[in-house]
Design a protein around this ligand. Sequence first.
Ligand SMILES: Cc1cc2nc3c(=O)[nH]c(=O)nc-3n(C[C@H](O)[C@H](O)[C@H](O)COP(=O)(O)OP(=O)(O)OC[C@H]3O[C@@H](n4cnc5c(N)ncnc54)[C@H](O)[C@@H]3O)c2cc1C
Length: 377
Amino acid sequence: MGGLFAAHLLRATGWDTTVFERSGDDLAGRGASIGTSPDLFRLMERIGIRLDPSAGVPVRARICLERDGGIDHEKPVASVNSAWDRIYRPLRDAFPPAHYRAGMRLARCEESADGVTAIFSDGTRETGDLLIGADGIHSTVRAQFLPEAEPLYAGYVAWRGVIEESEMSADEHALLFGRMCFCLPENELVLGLGMPGRDDDTRAGHRRYYWIWFRPADAARALPELCTDATGRCHGTSIPPALVRPDVVRDLRDRAAATLAPAIAAIVARTAQPFPHGIFDLEVPRMVWGRVVLLGDSAFVARPHVGAGITKAALDAECLADALAGGDISAALARYDRERRAFGAALIARARYLGAFLNVRTPETVLTEYGAAGKVG
Ligand SMILES: Cc1cc2nc3c(=O)[nH]c(=O)nc-3n(C[C@H](O)[C@H](O)[C@H](O)COP(=O)(O)OP(=O)(O)OC[C@H]3O[C@@H](n4cnc5c(N)ncnc54)[C@H](O)[C@@H]3O)c2cc1C
């Protein structure tokens, strides 16, 4: 996402940009639900993509459910919930295909008097005036320039899952759809909400219900155990959904039945393939080296509680394009480094604060504080 935003916004100010993407597949369908923001729609529009901000799945209120299913708290907070494809698809479709090179894995880069050269794992070399490392949390660019900056495990995982709207009972639907629902078992947090269906389908009955459950998992034992498949292979700090062991899913469902409101526990039980992945923080002390720039998650990763990673990547891209429009590249990059580091650090701090709710929080503070809206930048 960050790479596409940067490539579009720079192209609009006269730069000749090319995106090199490691994956050879179409990335649509990746990810699930995403929270949107006015900045995201504004930047899409600046690129020439008009999206109706009210399209998606509207949320009218936030509720906190008791273990017995009763509503503990309710707050009228309106938002619209969307899906990864809704932002990614038009960005990708609007970008000139000849300048999108899929299946290209960056291995390293080299700076010279002529600019900066990207060297790919197949040996291809491409030289330009600027290289933007929008290559995510495990950035190859960051590893080359800042090997000591490693993502820091937050001590908990996010389990995620999705079911079809049509799989919900009438009672579950009436209680949950149209609201952002929280359950707060001790030291844990579950969030559930409606999202568009496949191909961004927002017709009633064709949407989906998404949940995310933050649960502690110590780094030494519980996390590797969760991420180990039935053959005994550990996949690191996450695991492909299809490889999650049945006994791990069974434990999760048992835990849901024992600690969550019945409507949410039933949805967890009905989710075919829930999967966990570790939650990390990442901060960097600088985002620019000569003509090499970090952008988006390659520089700062905020825990998902702020629901703002895509907006942050898009705002990084906007700042870079605006600064470079001034013509003096060194001054532009210095401004970018200064402004976006300050923003990234503030967002990470806010996400950590919201993550602290896993230990100390009340329903009132969670319903009021959750999300990033208006709190950063
Ligand atoms: C559970 C969860 C929920 C989230 N919810 C939200 C939300 O509601 N709203 C929101 O805004 N954000 C959300 N986020 C965050 C959001 O997904 C990220 O912040 C965002 O995707 C970052 O975009 P990016 O372009 O910087 O990095 P990425 O999306 O990680 O993209 C990096 C790209 O670089 C490619 N790449 C990597 N290495 C190489 C290489 N060596 N050569 C070539 N290509 C390479 C990768 O294939 C990938 O396509 C959530 C994240 C999680 C984990």
